[in-house]
Structures are given as C-alpha cells and as structure tokens.
Design a protein. Structure first.
Length: 617
C-alpha cells in the first residue's frame, strides 16, 4: 500500500518513519480507509511492543502516517541470516509479540497480517509489532469480497474456507511463525498460492521437533495448540497464549531478555540538615532504596529474633519441598511423563541399525515393507509412531523399510495419441523425455509407434532399455522415450528432381545424390525412385537419401541391314524400335537390295527415330 521513508520531524527535532500511500491508490476509498484505519488501530494501543503512530494526515492526494522510527532489522532478516533461532531467542521474540497482540486483542483489534516482516527488532533490543494496515475490529471480521487478506503462508484455515477472521486467526499465524523460528522453514510449501492455502485448510501442522529434535516438548505442544484447524480448539486470544508461554518459560528456566529503561530517580526530603530540599536516592537492581538509620539495641534484638524465626520457617519449608520433590520424581519417572521415551529418528539406516538404536530406549521393533521412489531399497523410510513421539517403554514400533520403487504395468501404447501416453506414464511416476523420437510411418501423425523405457540407474547407451510399445512391467522412477509417427513419407516418384528434393528437405530428409538412369516409362528429368534407408527401418528427420533420376528411354543402335532386301531391312529396323523409310515404293521392296542406312549402321539414336534405307535393284 505504501512506501516508508526515514524522515526528520522539524518541530520536535527527532527521527521518525514516514509512511506515504502510493499515488495510484489515492483515489481508492477502500485503500484510503485501510490506511487511516492503521493509524487509528495503532493509536488505540498503548503497549511497549506496538509501533507508535504519532500522526496521520493528507497533503493534496498524498496520504501519510507519522510513526515511531526503529533503526534495526525485521524478524525475517534475522531468520534469513540465522535460518533457525535458538530457544532463548524464540521465547524472547514470541513473548514480545504476544504482549503486543494481547494489547490489540484486549482493545478489540485483530491484526490479520502477522508475519516476520511485520516484527521489528530495534538495535537497542526493543521488539515491536507493526503494520496494522489490515487490522479490523473483531466485530467486523469478514474479508472484503472474495479477497483473502494477509500473507498466504500464515493464513488461518477459516480465512480460506469461510473468509472470516477473529483473534484466533492471529493465534494461528503466531503458531506458524513459532514453527518457522524453531525449525528454520515454513510447514507448508507449494508452487502455487492455492496449494499452500489448501494445505492450511486440510492438513495439521507437524511437531517442530520432527525437524529440530532440540525443541522442548512444551513448545511442540504450544505450536500444535495454536495451529489447530478449528478456531475453537486454539487459545481464545494472545493473552491466553502468552500466559501459557510464560508457564513454559518457568518450566524451562528461560526468561525473555527484555530491554531495561534508564533508572528513575526518587526524591525525598532530607530536612534542614541536608542543606538541600530534595535528593536522588541510590538505586540497586533497578529499585529505588533509601538509607536506613542505625537503630538502638532493643530494635536490633527484635530484628535478630525475627530473623531466627524466619530462618526456622525456611528450614521447615525446605524439608517439605524436598519431600514433595522426591515424591514427584518417583511419580514422574514411575508412571508420569518421565516414564515415557522419545521415538528416535532412524530413517536412512538399515533395519538392523534401527532395531539396535530403538532397543537402547527399550522399544520393540517390527519390520514392515513399503515401496518408495526416493529412499533406496533396504533403507528405513519412517517409523510408526513417528520419530519424536513419546511412548511407553517396551512399546512396539513399526519400522518401514524401503522396497524400492513399486512395479508399474502397462498395456499396449501403439496407436494412442502422444499426450495420452505421457499421462499414462506420468501417473505411474515414469518420467517421459521432453523430446520424443519421430519417424515417418504408415501410422497416423501424432500417434505412438513405440516406447523405450530405461531402468533407473541404467547406462545411457541403451543396452538395458526395455521395449514397451506393446506393454510391459517396469518400476516407478524409470525413464521413458516415446516414438511418435509423423505420418507417411510422401512418394516423390514421377516428380521433377528439384521438386522432389525440396519436398523431402521440408520434411527433414536431405538428398545427397541424384544419379541418372534410362527409363522407358519415366520422362527425362523426373524421379524414377528413392533408394531405401541405409540400415533399414523407418525414415526420420535428419536422414539422407538418394534420388534416381530418369534420362528417358535408352538409345537404340542402328542395325546393319546391308545386303538384305528392302522388305527385310524394314522389318529389322522396326523390331529395333526405329522408324524405317525408303524412296523405293513398298510394292517393289522385295526386288531391291539394301546397301546401307542413314544414319549408318552402329549409330546410337533415340528410340522411334527415322532411319532411311539406301537400296538398288
């Protein structure tokens, strides 16, 4: 909605943060109302853990807020630098956030955008929550229109399913934030925002100790309580969650590292003897104390008696406390939580290793098989109960050992469209190469003519590839290459050599040679035939071929008819495919003798050429 500048308040000579609404939103009444609403919401809160808003105004079309300036970083920057925070860091920051939100909830305000970017960590140690731009009164809890406000990674399930928010929606976001501080990552991930929103609405947030075994169980339970999918199962507001956090602080012996303000001087009247009207009292441990005058002997005696009485009472209290602790310890380790053991994380090892490790914790194991794409065969995938769960001693734990990828059985792919084949293979987790092998065949264009499947881990030379066009049984996780038909290769016989070469070139087939042959049936310059593919098989783009081009009919050698009658010479020439002529009338051909021809005998001429017979008689 806005850009924030570091600015100087000239009137009071102090550094401030100036939040200026973007100009393109100035005409939008909805954004203007949210902007003013932020000022009003923050101004209603008087809490050291909420960023103060000093003023709000408008200069022409430019609306602005004047806010407290906190030099430092955001919680997001801290987590980006450290990834996972320590337990004391987490408790300190969460205590401060809950204190600020408790004030907001007490004032009837829902923040609706709790996330690390809105938690400010000042250089002097102060921790404050800001950006109440999406805050609204708890009585007006419906999201505007169909728009879900807030960051999707911290969105409560009721905002996804019903579009409503109240104080418990802030609690859910705090639970996600607490999980992220403890583990260094968000519980839900996805490529699309709706995938993450769906997980918020349908899944349960896992225990942080699954990712970080160092997380105490009490913080585990706090995360699970705050992130219950049903709002009724969560803390009612930040105050209730803060009370539980402080109980946990006492249980763990961890106190928030709060920032101390400067010591306040307390004045008292010293009388005339002091020579001053007022005096600043010495301060010890942040508490103002006054010097105590020396008392008389009776007073000192009463004090000594009182100290002995108090000391006796303390001794009785200590004895009773030790007795209670001994009884409590007996209960804790006998039948209480201390009798439970945590299921160790044995994933990645062998079953024998898992059995030995769990036996150390007096747990009984049972081996179970489970197929897995990711975990190699023979390695442990998981346990039931899950790692991190607390169970009774001698509980049976199922150890699931990977059997490797599951089998995938396919029927014939031949003739089906390429897209259908990709879907069928993908549904069985067989990865299909992006580029298919293409061939010219009699099958329809775009249909499958073959499938080659390479087992996972097999060499790339194809020596172990499995032909699966007519169906096969392989394993999930294998890889496949599809053979796709480009339709029939056109017949270029009878076309001119240049046209035939151009047609084939457009289809990816290169014409390397054009040898010529005589043909009685194909016209000179046209293609007689295309040679077969080298090595046989289907033609495919990138292949090279040879076109046999016609030189027309083969030439005819003129026969030698010298000494034959003209009638016989005519017959011989006609049988040779030539057209004989003579100046001798046909009626006397039998009376005249041929003495030669023109062209002369032995000459090569085209079939059907005229040959003149020379005769006498």
């Amino acid at each position: 909605m806005a850009t924030v500048y570091v600015a100087t308040d000239l009137r009071l000579e102090r550094r401030i943060a100036l939040k200026v609404m973007h100009g393109h939103l100035s005409d939008d009444t909805v954004f203007q109302s949210r902007f003013i609403q932020e000022a009003r919401a923050a101004a209603r809160l008087a809490d050291p853990h909420v960023v103060n808003v000093f003023d709000q105004g408008q200069d022409g079309d430019m609306a602005y807020l004047v806010m407290e300036y906190l030099p430092g970083i955001t919680l997001r920057e801290l987590m980006r630098e450290q990834r996972r925070l320590t337990i004391p860091q987490t408790i300190t920051i969460m205590d401060a956030i809950l204190s600020g939100l408790a004030a907001a909830h007490r004032a009837g305000i829902v923040h609706r955008d709790v996330k690390p970017e809105n938690v400010l960590l000042a250089e002097d140690g102060r921790i404050k929550i800001g950006d109440f731009g999406l805050a609204r009164a708890t009585t007006a809890n419906t999201a505007t229109g169909a728009q879900l406000l807030g960051t999707i990674a911290y969105l409560a399930p009721e905002l996804v399913t019903r579009g409503t928010a109240d104080a418990r929606s802030d609690i859910y976001a705090l639970g996600i934030l607490l999980y992220e501080m403890l583990t260094g990552e968000q519980p839900y991930k996805g490529e699309q925002p709706m995938q993450i929103a769906f997980q918020h609405a349908t899944d349960s947030v896992p225990r942080p100790s699954v990712k970080n075994p160092g997380v105490p169980e009490a913080l585990d339970e706090l995360v699970l309580w705050a992130t219950e999918r049903s709002p009724d199962d969560r803390p009612m507001d930040a105050r209730e969650m803060l009370d539980r956090l402080r109980e946990i602080e006492r249980e763990l012996g961890i106190s928030p590292q709060v920032t101390r303000t400067s010591t306040i001087g307390i004045t008292r009247d010293e009388g005339i003897a002091s020579g001053e009207l007022t005096q600043v009292l010495p301060v010890t441990g942040g508490i103002a104390t006054a010097p105590i005058d020396d008392a008389d002997n009776a007073t000192r005696l009463r004090r000594a008696t009182r100290r002995r009485s108090v000391k006796g009472a303390w001794l009785v209290a200590v004895v009773l406390l030790l007795t209670g602790l001994a009884g409590g310890a007996g209960w804790w380790f006998g039948s209480g939580p201390g009798s439970l053991v945590v299921v160790a994380d044995v994933s990645g090892g062998t079953y024998a290793e898992a059995q030995a490790r769990l036996l150390q914790d007096t747990l009984i194991t049972a081996e179970r098989g489970e197929t897995s794409l990711d975990v190699p065969a023979g390695q442990v995938i998981r346990t039931d109960p899950d790692a991190g769960a607390r169970v009774d001693r001698e509980t049976s734990v199922d150890v699931y050992v990977s059997q490797g990828p599951a089998e995938a059985t396919f029927s014939s792919f031949l003739g089906i469209p390429e897209a259908d084949a990709r879907t069928i293979l993908g549904d069985q987790f067989v990865a299909v190469a992006e580029d298919s092998s293409e061939f010219y065949t009699d099958s329809a264009s775009g249909s499958v003519i073959g499938v080659m499947i390479r087992p996972a881990g097999a060499p790339d030379d194809g020596s172990q590839d499995v032909a699966c066009g007519e169906g096969c049984t392989v394993r999930q996780g294998d890889a496949a290459t599809l053979w796709i038909s480009l339709g029939p290769l056109p017949d270029v016989a009878g076309e001119s050599a240049d046209n035939a070469a151009a047609t084939l070139s457009n289809l990816g087939i290169t014409v390397s040679e054009r040898p010529e042959e005589f043909s009685e049936t194909v016209e000179d310059g046209r293609v007689i035939r295309m040679t077969d593919r080298s090595g046989g098989g289907w033609w495919r783009p990138g292949d090279s071929t040879t076109l046999i081009v016609s030189k027309g009919p083969a030439p005819v050698e003129v026969p030698d008819v010298d000494g034959e009658s003209v009638a016989e010479a005519v017959r011989i020439l006609r049988e040779a495919g030539l057209n004989p002529t003579s100046n001798v009338p046909e009626l006397v051909w039998g009376l005249f003798t041929a003495t030669g021809t023109n062209p002369e005998a032995g000459s090569l001429v085209a079939r059907g050429s005229n040959v003149r017979i020379v005769a006498f008689g």
